[in-house]
Design a binder for this molecule. Sequence first.
Ligand code: FES
Ligand SMILES: [Fe+2]
Length: 360
Amino acid sequence: MQDDQGGGRRGAAAGDGNYALTDLWYYAFPSRDLGPGALVPKTILGRDLVFARDKEGTPFCLADICPHRGMPLHFGRLEGSELECCYHGWRFTPDGRLTAIPSLIEDQEFDFSRINVTAYPCREAQGNVWVWIGAGKGPFTPDMDIPPLPHGDLGPIRIFDRQFFSCPIDHAVMGLMDPAHGPYVHASWWWRPRKSAYEKAKAFAPSELGFTMCRHRPSTNSRGYRILGGAVETETSFRLPGVRVEEITAGRNRVVALTAVTPIGPNATEVNQIIYWNIPWLTPFTPLLKRYAQRFLSQDREIVTKQQIGLTHNPPMRLIEDADTQAKWYLRLKWEFARSRTEGRPFENPVPETTLRWRT
Ligand code: FES
Ligand SMILES: [Fe+2]
């Protein structure tokens, strides 16, 4: 398939403004960012949204624009479970129905069902809030679940970090899944000395909306894993639109890292890194580990920012076997997902079961 060689299309598939897919769950923010009574504005895929919690504490999300005269709804306030616009007091339910126009007099006729604001389905799990970005104008009904995390008690979020990449979602995702940049971008004494590169083989299998690097012992030149002690194993899965989950286990000790990429606009992408663990002795090191995690993600951010300078010339990309195969899969997955939606047929995962080899 030549599509993924980057000749012009650069991975863009159907969806908003042709840069990101719709009809998928996107990571919004950690639950703690949405306090009771708060109205939190956030732009995702170029759509201005407002998030809040209803009386029961369940999150909801509406288009952040009042259908009366365009006021952003996040300037308003919550009245019970309803969101009241700050300009003329129109009120909306969590599912976007208009319930009050205070300026109407008693016997003035008005058909409230004519006006509503788009509601975006929201879900909250494991300390995170996700939002369904549907195609078109809605109403939206999700036909899949939010990306699952590995089974078992993960406990609270131990580390949360968000970084803003000034690049399209595709380059953020491909940069994060690229195995060959490690020795150049992340070389450091504590993770992996640059000179220690050697050949690796990893088994991959298709998994829901993506692929999984099957459970294996991490390379002996990845020092970071050693602190867990014991027989360390790791499994990493990727799924559309840009969600990677890595589970590292050493006996009963486990660390789960979720990396969720959310496009804000065509050249603006947020990368959220959420880490859980069940290892009590690790917890006192949280500030230190957070610094390492931030440093690691900053290196990825800095490298794709530099890459954008070259990409303004729209060069073709030469994606090679096998080091770039995951990037090719990502582009194929994206393309197939968009096609399956347009054609109204089930998604067919294009990823084969295979082993990839590279030297890092
Ligand atoms: S603009 Fe919102 S009530 Fe008038
Ligand atoms: Fe990286």
